[in-house]
Design a protein around this ligand. Structure first.
Ligand SMILES: NC(=O)c1ccc[n+]([C@@H]2O[C@H](COP(=O)([O-])OP(=O)(O)OC[C@H]3O[C@@H](n4cnc5c(N)ncnc54)[C@H](OP(=O)(O)O)[C@@H]3O)[C@@H](O)[C@H]2O)c1
Length: 215
């Protein structure tokens, strides 16, 4: 799969590495002049390369956005038409003061993203844990993989993203349409407050245990 990664910091860099190591063609989008994070992400593996933002997005089948929520207008605005028909994986979270929902819980960040890029097939994924778990998704001693919940309105796009989640070492769990993104963003806040405020390990993740019906 041809994947463009916009944002190459804590979230974008490890995801780009895992996706490239899983055999995908991954290009880091040059979204910011002189970006240090892009320079250091390129050093992770020779399998990664970079290209100017518009070129990377035009080339890709799947585009990840992992930049700060506040940068969406400047990052996504100019490439909105290039995203028509493409899968856009929204890894971002709107975080407000005091670790609150950045849009006052009135609508999700992903709904705001979808409104900015109406032709894209937005799937919210890779958003519910801190970056530590994106860096290393292995949990030795457990016979279940960490769950990565995702949501979106296009079933084909979700099938694609489920494959990518699996390739990054997580158990994909489709939680429904993009309307569910608001709840995933609250789950993120729950995780962030547990870990960053209340002292839980940053390597705490969720697992989904599902008993077959009728048993
Ligand atoms: N941190 C987490 O644990 C975590 C977990 C899940 C989701 N998220 C979400 O993922 C997103 C990225 O978080 P992060 O922790 O990876 O942030 P980060 O480490 O600060 O990386 C942000 C990336 O976006 C680039 N960037 C910043 N401002 C930009 C702009 N105006 N235009 C274009 N590119 C810009 C940065 O480039 P430079 O390095 O050159 O500044 C960097 O590559 C956020 O929306 C966050 O809410 C974070």
């Amino acid at each position: 799969m041809k994947i463009a990664m916009i944002g190459t910091g804590n979230v974008g860099a490890p995801l780009a590495q895992h996706l490239a190591e899983a055999g995908h063609d991954v290009v880091l989008a040059e979204s910011k002049e002189g970006s240090r994070s892009l320079e250091s992400a390129l050093k992770r593996t020779p399998k990664l390369q970079s290209r100017p933002l518009t070129e990377a997005v035009a080339w890709a089948d799947v585009v990840f956005v992992a930049t700060p929520f506040g940068a969406h207008e400047s990052v996504l605005g100019p490439i909105a038409s290039l995203l028509d028909g493409k899968v856009l994986v929204d890894c971002t979270n709107p975080i407000g003061p005091g670790l609150t929902h950045g849009l006052g819980s009135e609508r999700s960040g992903s709904a705001a993203v979808q409104a900015m890029v109406p032709g894209a097939k937005v799937v919210k994924a890779f958003s519910i844990y801190g970056f530590e778990n994106l860096e290393d998704p292995r949990y030795p001693g457990y016979d279940v993989r960490p769950t990565m919940m995702f949501c979106g309105d296009d079933s084909g796009a979700k099938a694609t993203v489920a494959t990518l989640i699996d390739g990054c070492g997580f158990e994909p769990l489709d939680v429904g349409g993009l309307v569910q993104a608001l709840h995933l963003e609250h789950m993120t806040l729950l995780w962030v407050r547990m870990v960053r405020v209340h002292g839980h390990s940053p390597h705490i993740v969720w697992a989904a245990l599902e008993r077959p019906r009728g048993r």
